[in-house]
Design a protein around this ligand. Sequence first.
Ligand code: DGL
Length: 267
Amino acid sequence: MDNPKRAQPIGVFDSGMGGISVLKELYKIMPGEHYIYFGDSKNAPYGTKPLEEIRRLTIRNVEFLLEQGAKGIVVACNTATAAAVRILRTLHPDIPLVGIEPAIKPAALQPGHPTILVMATPMTIQGKKYKNLMANYEAQAEIIGLPCPGLVEFVESGNTDGDDLRAFLENLLAPYAGTIDSIVLGCTHYPFVRRLIQEIAGEHVQIFDGGFGTAREMRRRLEEAGLLSENTKDGIVTFENSLAKEEEIELSKTLFQKKTHTFRINY
Ligand code: DGL
């Protein structure tokens, strides 16, 4: 018998606007699905908060999305994934639940022992998950972690190309000029400033992010569970935000339309 849950939305959340970069990838490969996106902008950024607080917020976000009828959850936040994905899987063993982690693998598998700069929140860089990921690829690549406190706030305020943001990024990336082959965007907010990062780092630097891989994994999990939608029309995307202000919803929609140039690679 067919599963009526197929028609329910996919729940996606982040500390704020960043996860919209993942939502875009989900929508591209599963356009018939409905989505409910929750941005916890009231509590952003997560990446500089204590671990227990990130866990508490993350657990609450998942409960909210399940109450809204989500059939599966995408943790569209590297920080929340690093802090809580294991706990979430224990709490909700029957729900397809996919997290995101820095796309170190495809960057490290590039030929010639590349030097890779991983830009992420302080929490992600300090986490055990990141350390394990780094250890897995240290034979193939030189991997440098760069915590970027302050960068999320630019995107949260809708600033993705201002002069102040350019100065911030130039300052952050200056020590690595001419020494790196790739940059991994290890926070879902960063694809929105990808163009500036590329300009500052130089065209020869290849940029990776985990959005597409995460979307593909969610599609696989839904298919496995018999939960892929059979809808052939465009799915509906609903934006919710903990600040509950019209500006936040408008910014969410603007970012959803914005081009993020995701680099596609099979891995
Ligand atoms: N977008 C998030 C991430 O992928 C979190 C940013 C933050 O709130 O610090 O890590």
